[in-house]
Design a protein around this ligand. Structure first.
Ligand code: ACO
Length: 324
């Protein structure tokens, strides 16, 4: 089977940092509550850049780091639940800004699972075509979907972008070993944001996009059950066992969820890098930001085996096991 390798990683978060204490001026909450229930200390909030702007900054870094020119990119997929517009796709905007005229570009919507879904889609497309190089970016400006007076959701989310450049390679020491993806549409009402009044049954008085509503405890239970299951399913397809996985890079939604998953899998917490304290939940951007930071810091090294696992709106879950 043709090998597909990550040739560069990158991330970008907006410079404006909003601490938990700053949020207490907008809603009835506290630094202590937010930290102890979620692990979040601060988040980055975009002032004047939209989702395509954050993604474009990541896209440029990906090309620079890999010394690949824009015309060599065959495919751009952006995973986002907060696109600039319904159309054009955020990926098309980034393709235009980059001058990557040979690339097919489109977005996918799978909330916090979006980056891992996009990775899977890109692999399938590269394997079944003459395409050689794919850019996968998770990018979000979730702050535009937040009710800044709703303490149940506003404290959780942040803005940012991260991505990888994938390329077909003869190097057999890196590449994907296995994967799993699953959607639970019967739970689609558990996380809703950006709902419109277009479809029958939706409230007729709502004329604009809605802000986040989330059944937090149900999503918590879903994540702590379905993520370990997804990792185990992916391991079966990869023909590896848990102990050979060097790092579990999980979607950063809540540090308690990550601890519980480590416990369920009977794996040491040291194998689970965490950066939610700095960024909050950045949905589709969370895993590529974490991966890029781990690669930069030398935490994830070439030849190591990592599990990338996302979960969220849909509800949805997905895992890729790969040798970095
Ligand atoms: N500050 C202070 N108090 C608060 C806050 C806040 N920010 N938010 C809620 N509370 C209160 C509640 O009103 C409640 O008060 P009550 O007991 O008087 O009714 C109390 O704190 C407990 O609230 P719970 O919702 O039960 O708190 P819980 O411990 O479940 O934590 C949380 C809530 C953090 C949302 C948790 O359920 C969670 O992380 N769920 C998973 C969310 C997730 O993973 N989302 C990922 C997907 S997101 C996506 O796809 C885009």
């Amino acid at each position: 089977m043709q090998n597909i390798k990550i040739i560069s990683t990158a991330s970008y978060t907006p410079p404006q940092v909003v601490t938990n204490n700053e949020l207490t001026t907008l809603m009835d909450t506290s630094d202590e509550w937010i930290k102890s229930r979620t692990g979040i200390s601060q988040r980055c909030i975009s002032q004047d850049e939209n989702t395509s702007g954050l993604a474009f900054k990541v896209a440029k870094q990906l090309l620079q780091k890999a010394l690949v020119s824009a015309d060599k990119v065959d495919l751009i997929i952006i995973a986002t639940m907060s696109p600039d517009a319904y159309t054009p796709s955020t990926a098309a905007i980034v393709q235009g800004l980059l001058g990557a005229g040979n690339a097919i570009a489109f977005d996918i919507s799978a909330a916090c699972t979006g980056f891992v879904y996009a990775y899977n889609i890109a692999e399938l497309m590269l394997r079944s075509s003459e395409m050689r190089t794919a850019m996968i970016i998770g990018a979000e400006v979730l702050s535009k979907l937040i009710d800044w007076h709703d303490r149940n959701t506003a404290v959780l989310f942040g803005d940012g972008a991260g991505g990888v450049l994938l390329q077909k390679s003869e190097d057999k020491t890196s590449g994907t070993l296995g994967q799993h993806w699953q959607t639970f549409g019967q739970l689609s009402n558990k996380i809703i944001a950006g709902q419109t009044n277009i479809a029958p049954g939706f409230p007729k008085d709502k004329t604009s996009l809605t802000t986040f509503s989330m059944a937090g405890r149900d999503v918590y239970r879903f994540a702590t059950h379905e993520v370990p299951n997804s990792i185990k399913q992916a391991m079966k397809t990869a023909h590896v066992n848990l102990n050979v996985i060097d790092h579990f890079l999980l979607h950063q939604a809540n540090v308690r969820i990550i601890r519980q998953i480590a416990k369920e899998l009977n794996q040491p917490l040291t194998k689970f890098p965490i950066n939610i304290d700095k960024y909050g939940n950045t949905a589709a951007a969370s895993e590529p930001i974490l991966l890029a930071e781990c690669v930069n810091a030398g935490v994830v090294k070439r030849g190591e085996i990592i599990a990338l696992s996302g979960f969220g709106g849909g509800l949805s879950v997905s895992t890729i096991i790969l040798k970095y």
